[in-house]
Design a protein around this ligand. Structure first.
Ligand SMILES: CC(C)(COP(=O)(O)OP(=O)(O)OC[C@H]1O[C@@H](n2cnc3c(N)ncnc32)[C@H](O)[C@@H]1OP(=O)(O)O)[C@@H](O)C(=O)NCCC(=O)NCCS
Length: 225
């Protein structure tokens, strides 16, 4: 049976520059976030990915379960009210991340680790890989992905992770810009032999209290197992 508890995070606002360069405090919206357990979360991911016309290959619930079941992971989803029906909330943004170890047996993950070998230290450290994520097009630019990222970072630090790693492609310009804005650093570029849009770009963020101190989203988080 599903169980849910509400955990209210400390509130945060946003500083904005005024006309004379003075700062004033603007209260930000509260983002509604659900953190799912594996089985329900996998179904939610399969459902929300159907809205992403720009995703080349959508993940099935079975693939999500297969990838995540033997490793520490987090499935986050942001919900927002439909503009035409303010009482109805729908999933609008998601983010799935999982532990990545230095010694992986799954060929895809082993290949990923090999590509990161000389720029990410795995020995004695916990690395969290941001596997999939996005925001539905009608809800982009409203801070949902920032809110999910900040929630992910809190969870990652609480769970002993040292670093977050993300892979994207050259042609995913929105994702590249967003990761830069969220203060991820580029750590590796893997050139595609014929199509530069397909070249891989790896980003990373080292975690610590200094990261949490930069957070500014106000979030209410419900855990649904
Ligand atoms: C990238 C994506 C997840 C951003 O989601 P979002 O909910 O619109 O992001 P947010 O509104 O939380 O924005 C986060 C930050 O990134 C910035 N940002 C978002 N989209 C941007 C864009 N297109 N260009 C430049 N900056 C951008 C925002 O200004 C914000 O910075 P701020 O908080 O300092 O103002 C969304 O555009 C998306 O799903 N794109 C398609 C995903 C994709 O390409 N996937 C392929 C596989 S990687």
């Amino acid at each position: 049976m599903a169980s849910a508890g509400v955990c209210l995070r400390p509130t945060a606002g946003r500083r904005a520059a005024g006309a004379e360069g003075r700062y004033h405090f603007v209260m930000s919206a509260e983002y509604l976030i659900k953190q799912y357990g594996l089985d329900q979360g996998a179904l939610e991911i399969q459902y929300i990915e159907e809205f992403f016309l720009d995703f080349p290959r959508k993940k099935t619930a079975a693939e999500v379960v297969q990838r995540l079941s033997s490793r520490d992971h987090q499935i986050l989803m942001a919900e927002a009210a439909l503009p035409e029906e303010p009482g109805t909330f729908v999933p609008v943004s998601f983010k799935v991340s999982h532990e990545l170890r230095g010694a992986e047996t799954d060929p895809k993950l082993a290949d990923l680790v090999a590509q990161l070998e000389d720029c990410v230290e795995f020995d004695g450290r916990r690395v969290l890989y941001q596997w999939i994520g996005g925001t539905r097009s009608d809800w982009r630019g409203q801070g949902h992905f920032r809110a999910l990222t900040e929630e992910q970072e809190v969870w990652a630090l609480e769970n002993g992770f040292d670093e977050l790693v993300v892979k994207t492609k050259n042609r995913f310009y929105e994702m590249r810009s967003t990761l830069a804005q969220l203060r991820f650093d580029i750590i590796r570029f893997v050139q595609h032999p014929t199509d530069s849009g397909e070249s891989k770009v790896f980003f990373s963020k080292r975690l610590g209290q200094h990261v949490i101190d930069t957070h500014r989203s106000r979030r209410s988080v419900v855990r649904s197992d």
